[in-house]
Write a protein that binds this ligand. Structure first.
Ligand SMILES: O[C@H]1[C@H](O)[C@@H](O)[C@H](O)[C@@H](O)[C@H]1O
Ligand SMILES: [Fe+2]
Ligand SMILES: [Fe+2]
Length: 304
């Protein structure tokens, strides 16, 4: 059963379907107003502006780009696909993320649980009837538990940051692309062409993505027989694939189903990205609603 409770104020003005309001803030499909700047007063996803996080984020991408090889991804998918690391419920996992900070993110330095709820609540404001999207917002980053000791305490470069296909050429639109020059796959002629090991229109399901929280959470959701719709699984799996959903690269690998799902991902992305603000959510107040969604779409305990 889904419990309906009042949605707390998110601290944003109600808007209508228009592009700009008087303060030049982007207004999305409903009431959620996109802020112009992140918590640090900078524009979102600016990887070059001088800020307290810039150097750390750039170092992060350097190690990430050097180490994410086709071989590495194969090993990780096999190992973590076993889902034999832990047993726990979805909410338990949200709480585990309480002390995780993401070093790849120039826009956010808050505990992850805040980000999960901010995303979910922002979506709920504009899409009140799509409860599957609310839950997708809540769980999309849960794969970051890979950073925890119980999961082998993987390094940040193997868990967070934007993702990209391995096994074919790294697109120029990928953040800090120059660091791929130190990745062995960059010099491997099987892997460094436009198609690499893939065929035109083969479908993203057949493409190996750099290893991280997206693909892991996808494996967890699928392996535990979630009843969430395919679009939700697509969002979870590719939400960090900015080269695709923001820059339009790698479309030659997509099939028709991917094209349909991509529309939902692009809607989702606005809430994932622009809800990163200092707006606080009263966790205890919204918890009963999310527990009811978890019960609707997941078993009580999952294998991780
Ligand atoms: O730094 C961020 C963060 O790690 C997000 O969770 C991920 O989805 C983004 O793609 C990434 O750029
Ligand atoms: Fe993410
Ligand atoms: Fe996120």
């Amino acid at each position: 059963m889904t419990i309906l409770i009042d949605q707390p104020e998110l601290g944003v003005e109600a808007g209508v379907n228009k592009l700009d309001n008087a303060d030049n803030e982007l207004v999305l499909d409903g009431g959620f107003v996109v802020p112009q700047t992140n918590s640090f007063g900078q524009t979102f996803r600016d990887y070059h502006v001088e800020s307290e996080r810039q150097q750390g984020v750039e170092n992060f991408y350097r190690t990430n780009h050097i180490n994410q090889t086709s071989d590495f991804v194969k090993r990780m998918r096999t190992e973590y696909g076993k889902l034999n690391k832990m047993e726990m419920g979805i909410w338990e996992c949200c709480e585990l993320l309480n002390d995780v900070i993401d070093e790849s993110d120039p826009d956010l330095d808050e505990p992850q649980i805040e980000h999960l709820l901010q995303t979910a609540e922002a979506i709920r404001k504009d899409y009140p009837n799509e409860d599957w999207m609310h839950l997708t917002g809540l769980i999309h980053d849960l794969g970051k538990v890979l950073l925890h000791p119980g999961f082998g305490e993987l390094p940040q470069w193997a868990v967070v940051g934007d993702t990209f296909p391995v096994g074919c050429a790294f697109d120029k639109s990928i953040v800090h692309h120059k660091y791929f020059e130190e990745n062995p796959d960059y010099h491997n002629s099987d892997y460094n062409t436009k198609y690499g090991v893939y065929l035109e229109g083969c479908g993203l399901n057949n493409v190996m993505m750099s290893w991280g929280h997206d693909d892991y959470m996808y494996l967890v959701a699928k392996g535990n027989n979630t009843t969430l719709p395919p679009a939700a699984l697509f969002i979870i799996r590719y939400h960090s694939f900015y080269a695709l959903h923001k820059s339009g690269a790698y479309r030659h690998l997509m099939n028709e189903e991917d094209t349909e799902n991509l529309k939902w991902l692009q809607i989702f992305n606005k809430y994932d990205l622009y809800s990163k603000s200092k707006v606080r959510i009263d966790i205890e107040k919204v918890k009963p609603y999310y527990l009811s969604l978890i019960e609707k779409y997941f078993p009580a305990k999952l294998r991780w």
